[in-house]
Design a protein around this ligand. Structure first.
Ligand SMILES: [Zn+2]
Length: 498
């Protein structure tokens, strides 16, 4: 008799990311994460070969990029697929560890009546992503393929009013357990490169299961990771799903090292400091903010970061940690867009015409006291650290860095040919603007969101689970070195629990 309690792996095994783990217990069916398999997706799709909107589900199902399950997907898409329409959802919840694409992006495809449980910070990040022009509908969704009555009274495919329907999202609190029928879920904060990441301990009727999420010890919240590991040990874990993105890497620097590197450069630089870091890694933003403040500079951030910081001010917890977008040491950089009217004659162009250059969500920042444009950055280069990602290099044409300016790069190093080519292009720009002496040398200071081998070994040994399942890795051999009962699973494979 096959057990009715099991875990099925629809992504995240033998690959980095795409985690979608279905836990079933006494008829309760919950997914842990519902992420995009970025590596596998890129094997079939690319910039000019995207899944079709109307056929999105089928195009992804074709390559096993979404699980072939009924009662899971949103009705507007289901109508265009091979699935039969079912009235009630056949899944009870998705419990989300964090708001990175490889864990959360395919929430977009889910039925809106399947509840999503996540931390407050994950909800704020998803809201920010969606509201600043992201493609994924995480928090609300709009039905596709609907006809609307137009002004002539005809049924038309025109978009009509923008009717956003909410998803069912519940926020959980750190270390406060909640029940999903027969399964008790205990979310526990862990350290990773976005705020609000939770490892999970699940108590099912048959077994206790731990899931590390993405985890490390070298960020600002190492004590959270340790608390999770200690709690696993106390909970007598039967099965642990443990990530291993960087198990083959030796120890790395810490977030504090990155902050120190940035501070040193900002102190010694005689011109503008140009910096690039992952915009949603709010810990990194904080490192650059602190470094800037302590070296007498302001950090000029982009509009998306300003929007995210504004959202996080809504949280009693996070407003104590992250700076307000109105902080005196923050400047909000307003780029020239479409008509580029920001520096044009204000006697001729009205405020309304100028603001029409910007998306609705961007407009409020035009009126902020600390809003700046290229003229302000150009005039105060010694007092600024200017955020400039690889997608914003055009701003350098307007800003014109002065002699003695410097560049610091705080993003992951390229790990494929395509990324290397892109990096070459970035270097060429920086050499052109005098920010690099030659195309070889640049100041690189970055730490990953994932623990190195020694850290993961510590998690595995400290948690003391009976069975270990490597996930989010291509190097399962390390888990086997550090644990004597490793079970490997295949994509779509199940492991019975109890
Ligand atoms: Zn992650």
């Amino acid at each position: 008799m096959p057990s009715d309690s099991k875990i099925t792996f629809y992504g995240g095994v033998h690959e980095v990311g795409g985690n979608k783990f279905l836990v079933e217990d006494k008829g309760t069916r919950i997914f842990l994460d519902f992420g995009m398999q970025m590596g596998k997706l890129n094997q079939y799709f690319g910039e000019f070969l995207q899944p079709r909107a109307y056929n999105g589900l089928n195009d992804l199902l074709e390559f096993g990029l979404l699980p072939n399950l009924k009662g899971l997907y949103r009705p507007d898409y289901v109508r265009h697929t091979r699935f039969e329409d079912v009235k009630e959802p056949e899944f009870d919840a998705v419990v989300l560890t964090h708001a990175h694409l490889d864990h959360a992006a395919y929430i977009h495809y889910l039925r809106p009546d399947i509840p999503v449980y996540c931390s407050e910070a994950s909800l704020l990040l998803m809201k920010g992503l969606q509201e600043t022009g992201g493609k994924e509908e995480y928090v609300t969704f709009k039905r596709n393929f609907q006809l609307y009555k137009n002004t002539k009274g005809e049924m038309s495919r025109q978009k009509g009013e923008d009717i956003q329907e909410p998803r069912k999202i519940s926020v959980f609190e750190n270390a406060k357990s909640f029940k999903l029928d027969s399964i008790e879920v205990e979310p526990l904060a862990v350290d990773h490169s976005v705020p609000g990441v939770s490892g999970l301990i699940l108590h099912t009727s048959k077994a206790s299961i731990a899931y590390t999420a993405d985890i490390r010890y070298h960020g600002r919240r190492a004590h959270d990771t340790q608390r999770f590991v200690d709690r696993c040990k106390e909970s007598d874990i039967d099965i642990m799903l443990c990530e291993g993105t960087r198990v083959n890497k030796k120890s790395s620097k810490t977030e504090a090292d990155v902050e120190n590197d940035a501070r040193r450069l900002m102190n010694s630089c005689r011109g503008l400091v140009v910096c690039s870091y992952p915009p949603r890694d709010l810990d990194r933003l904080l490192s650059f903010f602190i470094a800037a403040k302590e070296s007498g500079r302001s950090l000029a951030i982009d509009l998306k970061q300003a929007y995210m910081l504004k959202l996080f001010q809504q949280s009693d917890t996070w407003k104590k940690v992250l700076p307000s977008p109105e902080s005196s040491q923050i400047k909000i950089y307003i780029p020239k867009k479409s008509w580029g009217l920001i520096d044009k004659d204000p006697e001729y162009w009205t405020q309304k015409q100028i603001s029409q250059d910007y998306d609705t969500w961007e407009r409020e920042f035009l009126d902020y006291k600390n809003a700046v444009d290229y003229r302000d950055v150009a005039a105060h280069q010694k007092e600024m650290a200017f955020f400039c990602s690889d997608y914003q290099l055009l701003q350098l044409i307007d800003v014109k860095p002065m002699e003695g300016s410097a560049y610091i790069r705080s993003v992951t190093e390229p790990f494929n040919d395509e990324m290397e080519l892109k990096e070459e292009r970035v270097k060429r720009w920086l050499v052109h603007f005098g920010l690099l002496k030659n195309e070889k040398a640049w100041k690189h200071s970055h730490v990953s969101g994932h623990g190195s081998g020694d850290q993961i070994k510590h998690v595995i040994e400290g948690s003391n689970a009976k069975t270990l399942i490597p996930i989010h890795t291509e190097h399962e051999e390390y888990h086997k070195k550090w644990h004597n009962n490793v079970v490997e699973t295949a994509f779509g494979g199940s492991l019975s629990i109890g």
